[in-house]
Design a protein around this ligand. Structure first.
Ligand SMILES: [Fe+2]
Length: 278
């Protein structure tokens, strides 16, 4: 049985430039690390040894990039077998991927394509998530993505997400920045969206920064510090849903590790004062 992360634990995404700084930390580090298995499967040598050493010191969670849970192609059984082994080898606490399509006709899109919000797509995607969970022998979490062109459908986004979670019987990685970005770009109330989700399925949160291209157009870049409106929405979410393990995501314009740890510390304070007993 995998040990659960404390609800007030805060992790950061593992990026290779930070690997040696993480190993050199004496104290005050992250509570856990998140990594993309696709970036680490089969990696040996110096990086492989570094990952093994980090795994001795920090609990790991995995956030996948390419399962294409809502996509049209057959599930990638080779990738699934590799991921299954990786999760066991590194005692990974949580495995998540995106509620999106990431490949089509055998080609990786290297992007997260949104899904139409329809009952047909709910059934298709939920069946694939159940198949993934059967292969892995564990529950997975799916992440709400940011998207820029809605594909339509008879369901609202929250109803679609809730239906997939119920039909697949899986968990939710709630990306608070993605909700905020979508709320600006698509003109909805982010609090109403979050309040409509099943709180009991939320197993962890993501926080990230974005780029403001125009007043009503935000781009989810993961290339900046978490901005104040996202912190405010995160605090409200913690008070409404409760504290959950949280990851500070940062993929571009990597700051020094100390800057990410300062954001992690702020997130931890918010989780601790959320008013729920952890
Ligand atoms: Fe995310």
């Amino acid at each position: 049985m995998r040990a659960a992360l404390p609800a007030t634990a805060v992790g950061i995404g593992l990026r290779r430039p930070h690997l040696s700084s993480l190993l050199a930390l004496a104290e005050g580090g992250p509570d856990f690390l998140e990594l993309a298995p696709e970036n680490w499967i089969g990696v040996g040598g110096r990086w492989g040894r570094g990952l093994a050493a980090l795994g001795e010191r920090f609990p790991l969670v995995c956030h996948g990039l390419s399962l294409s849970l809502g996509g049209p192609d057959p599930l990638d059984s080779t990738l699934l077998a590799e991921v299954s082994l990786f999760l066991k080898e590194h005692d990974v606490r949580i495995y998540s991927d995106h509620l999106a399509a990431t490949s089509a006709e055998g080609a990786q899109l290297y992007d997260l394509m949104p899904l139409p919000f329809t009952a047909e797509v709910v059934a298709h995607t939920a069946a694939r998530i159940r198949a993934v969970q059967d292969v892995l022998g564990r529950r997975i979490a799916i992440e709400n993505i940011s998207y820029y062109g809605a594909l339509g459908g008879e369901l609202s986004e929250a109803a679609f997400l809730t239906a997939v979670l119920a039909e697949a019987d899986c968990d939710l990685l709630l990306d608070v920045n993605n909700v905020y970005v979508n709320s600006i770009n698509h003109g909805y109330d982010p609090r109403a969206f979050i309040a409509a989700l099943p709180a009991e399925r939320v197993v962890y949160y993501h926080l990230a920064g974005h780029y403001r291209q125009a007043e009503n157009l935000l781009v989810d870049t993961h290339g900046a510090a978490v901005p104040e409106p996202v912190w405010a929405l995160f605090e409200w979410t913690c008070q409404t849903i409760g504290p959950r393990p949280t990851v500070i995501e940062r993929d571009f314009h990597l700051p020094p590790l100390s800057a990410l740890l300062a954001e992690a510390s702020r997130a931890r304070s918010i989780l601790q004062r959320s008013g729920f007993s952890a």
